[in-house]
Design a binder for this molecule. Sequence first.
Ligand SMILES: [Mg+2]
Length: 133
Amino acid sequence: MNIFFDVDYTLITWDVKLRPGVHEVFTKLREQGHTIYLWSGVGPRWEVVRRFELHEHVANCYWKPLYNHHARLDELGIEVMPDFVVDDHLEIVEAFPGTQIKEPAMPLDTDTEMWRVYDTIQAFLATRTLSGA
Ligand SMILES: [Mg+2]
């Protein structure tokens, strides 16, 4: 699947710390053959990819459509269909299949949301397999 992750409050905290499990979960998803993209309402976030050394995991970074989500994919240069999205905003999760992620819990080392997201993706895949999709 093409899995799209939001950046702010999804992968990083308000003070630009990486939430726990990002490298581990990205590694596992890629081992399963998924392709990982980042998108953000404030633009492609290559600075986050660089800062946290996510290059090996992230295929591309895009602007995230904040309205007319499907119609604007083309205009924003998004050449692949998001099959699953992970976002702290419900709106984007209502526009595409996906899961809403809670903003990082404090203290940060107690935050387990990335693992919950991983499990949710596995459950989503199992459902698709059962339905023959
Ligand atoms: Mg966000």
